[in-house]
Design a protein around this ligand. Structure first.
Ligand SMILES: Nc1ncnc2c1ncn2[C@@H]1O[C@H](COP(=O)(O)OP(=O)(O)OP(=O)(O)O)[C@@H](O)[C@H]1O
Ligand SMILES: [Mg+2]
Length: 257
């Protein structure tokens, strides 16, 4: 479904080489994780997948069609079929808009029925529609972002560190929600995290990135059980034991989200 070939991205003016020859495929229905430390190029890659930015060289194709070189006016099909959930829901939600307008925006029209349906899907009360983002907790705001992303019935969801800005107590709820919605709506998921433990919880395949390159690519369990690259081993050693963390959390409070 998504084909990435030898992707490079350099940023002017200091020629930061953020991506250095990245290639991979994402199959339809896959939950594809991208993991790596800060600055490894994950968000740069996500922006290129969504054609929000252009590569310095290399190609990105969606359903066999090049998207890296299309003018914006010909990207309409991609804008609805691919949606992004960002790390910081406060930064990505317009504070002056009511929730119903935030969710309706990608539809290009008001649709109270669709808004109600989406609020229910993400576990928010119907009266959330008339309120503003600042009236919600961090976890609830991320639910609003997810509802907005789902509004145009996308086929692909790109999630760039969707729980990193949230309290630990809320993370599992948002991850579970994402996982459930991805299954319910048969979405293809590209999920970015610096935490290999979280990726294991959510994804079936994973690319490990370091300094703009993919150093390891494979099925999540395989990479987790028998990491081949030294850097993957370091990431694993640094990752908190998610199972233990989740076990602790499920006994903890669940009031925020
Ligand atoms: N617009 C930009 N202009 C110049 N340099 C940039 C720009 N965006 C990213 N970079 C640089 O490119 C490199 C990769 O950044 P990127 O944001 O893709 O990393 P990341 O893996 O998403 O990091 P994080 O985990 O902190 O979000 C970094 O060195 C960053 O400073
Ligand atoms: Mg990033």
């Amino acid at each position: 479904m998504i084909e990435v070939r030898d992707l490079h991205r350099k940023y002017a003016p200091r020629d930061v080489h953020a991506l250095r020859g990245v290639s991979f495929d994402v199959e339809e229905g896959q939950r594809f994780g991208i993991v790596g430390e800060s600055g490894s190029g994950k968000s740069t890659l996500v922006r290129l997948l969504a054609a929000l930015d252009r590569p310095t060289s290399g190609t990105v194709s969606f359903d066999g069609r090049r998207i890296d070189n299309l003018p914006e006016r010909r990207l309409g099909f991609l804008r609805s079929s691919m949606q992004i959930v960002f790390q910081d829901p406060m930064g990505s939600l317009d504070p002056r808009m009511r929730v119903r307008d935030i969710i309706s925006e990608p539809l290009g029209r008001r649709s109270p029925l669709r808004v109600a349906e989406l609020l229910e899907a993400v576990g928010l009360p119907a009266d959330a529609a008339a309120r503003y983002p600042h009236q919600f907790s961090g976890g609830q705001r991320q639910r609003i972002s997810i509802a907005r992303a789902l509004a145009p019935n996308p086929r692909v969801l790109l999630a760039d560190e969707p729980v990193s800005a949230l309290d630990v107590s809320v993370r599992k709820q948002i991850l579970d929600l994402l996982t459930r919605l991805v299954a319910e709506f048969s979405l293809t998921l590209v999920f970015v995290s610096h935490d290999l433990g979280v990726v294991r919880h959510v994804c079936d395949r994973v690319a490990v990135m370091r300094r703009g390159e993919i150093v390891e690519l494979g099925d999540v369990e395989e990479v987790y059980e028998t990491p081949r690259h030294e850097y993957t081993r370091e990431l694993l050693a640094a990752a908190p034991d998610l199972r233990a963390e989740l076990a602790r959390l499920s006994g903890g409070s669940a009031d925020d989200a």
